[in-house]
Design a protein around this ligand. Structure first.
Ligand SMILES: [Zn+2]
Length: 401
């Protein structure tokens, strides 16, 4: 390779007309560089020149091993030779003669440049340069890049590389999977259903006739008079009964929708998990035992459960499950509103009408069901006080999980 033409200046040459070869033979003071900014831009120029020469050699391709050896050695010597290499001049004229105030920055920049000089080691260069018979990856890339070659030649390889941040699992998904795992371990299967649902599956088949006041309990989003965005995951109970019959052990996770204004505890879209067990000899004792086991698995072994009566149209009898407060252990605190208990789900024995709608004979089979909100579990588990945080896609929030 031909070294760039060297101007043997006898007279003062303006710095922008000078080549790198000229500049390294002068001191920083002679070049008019007196501050850190000037030092940095001067070194950036040197690094760009070094990389440009390296790229030119790499993209050139050589016919023989001997030629490659010769070219690599020439470029290496030009920059790195102990005597009369460009970096040796730079050491002598810039670093050693630098004014005291800028010496630290010159030292740092010089070290960086020396590190980058490793790219010109013969081994590294030989690997990057193609022989006519077979191309190395880097050279092939350069040739493919074609017109962008010029751009690549001025890439500042000392800039930090692109950081590829690791993703993490969304807290809702994480909690959903945790709950699923507990029930999978008990022999339940996971079942899903449509989010755009018919009024029949969302209400009628769950024993909530049109005239029933309970329909008002759900602020429903209607698509048309026969179609809704499902207000709960319960329609999949009916769909599963129709699909599999009895006995049946399923859990049903998924998104649900209600006409709620978003605030710190409400969202028009949220997640539920529904559980359903149907068999020949299912009793309320099975329901209590299973949900107590689940609560201890999820919240910790010392958690106690409490069942209190309530009303749901699709279960009879119906109950609400509370657990002893996980924050204060039942003593009373802000989270449990001084009651010592946290409501965590609704449950009950499947209403005979609902079994009938699912095509299962209530004289032969009985079952229990429960439903819980995944957001609420995630909020309790991670001590989150605003449900909206789950949906804002704010990395600062999400990367904590
Ligand atoms: Zn408490």
């Amino acid at each position: 390779m031909c070294p760039p033409p060297t101007i043997r200046a006898h007279t003062r040459v303006r710095p922008y007309l000078m080549t790198i070869d000229d500049k390294v033979r002068k001191t920083l003071a002679e070049l008019g560089v007196t501050d850190a900014k000037g030092v940095e831009s001067l070194f950036a120029e040197v690094r760009a020149a070094m990389e440009k020469e390296r790229q030119e050699l790499v993209s050139k391709g050589v016919a023989s091993e001997a030629e490659r050896d010769k070219l690599c050695k020439a470029l290496r010597d030009r920059w790195l030779a102990r005597k009369n290499g460009l970096i040796s001049f730079l050491d002598e004229n810039w670093l050693k003669k630098a004014a005291k105030e800028i010496k630290p920055v010159v030292g740092r920049q010089f070290n960086e440049l020396r590190k980058m000089g490793a790219n010109l080691d013969r081994g590294a260069l030989m690997e990057a340069i193609p022989l006519a018979s077979g191309r190395t990856h880097e050279a092939a890339g350069v040739i493919r890049a074609g017109s962008s070659l010029q751009a690549m030649a001025t890439v500042d390889v000392t800039l930090p590389g692109y950081r590829r941040p690791l993703g993490s699992i969304h807290p809702i998904t994480r909690v959903q999977r945790e709950i699923e795992d507990i029930f999978l371990g008990l022999g339940f299967a996971i079942e899903t259903g449509p989010e755009v649902e018919t009024v029949y599956y969302n209400f009628d088949a769950l024993n909530i006739p049109e005239t029933h006041p309970a329909r008002d309990d759900w602020d429903t989003l209607y698509v048309d008079s026969d179609t809704v965005l499902r207000t709960h995951t319960s329609p999949v109970q009916i769909r599963s009964m129709e699909k599999y019959g009895a006995p049946l052990y399923v859990i049903i996770p998924g998104k649900c929708y209600r006409h709620d204004n978003p605030d710190s505890s409400h969202s028009p879209m949220f997640h539920q998990i529904e559980g359903l067990a149907i068999d020949t000899d299912i009793t309320f004792a099975d329901l209590k035992g299973t949900l107590d086991f689940f609560a201890k698995k999820f919240f910790g072994e010392k958690v106690r459960t409490r069942f209190s009566p309530t009303f749901f149209p699709f279960t009879e009898p119906s109950g609400e499950v509370s657990i002893s407060c996980v924050i204060c252990d039942g003593k009373g605190c802000r989270t449990c509103k001084e009651s010592g208990w946290l409501e965590v789900m609704g449950c009950g024995m499947v209403h005979p009408e609902v079994l009938r709608y699912g095509g299962i004979d209530p004289a032969k089979y009985s079952g229990w069901a429960f439903g819980l909100g995944i957001e609420r579990y995630a909020m309790m588990k991670y001590d989150i006080h605003d449900i909206q945080l789950f949906y804002q896609s704010d990395v600062r929030f999400l990367e904590q999980f």
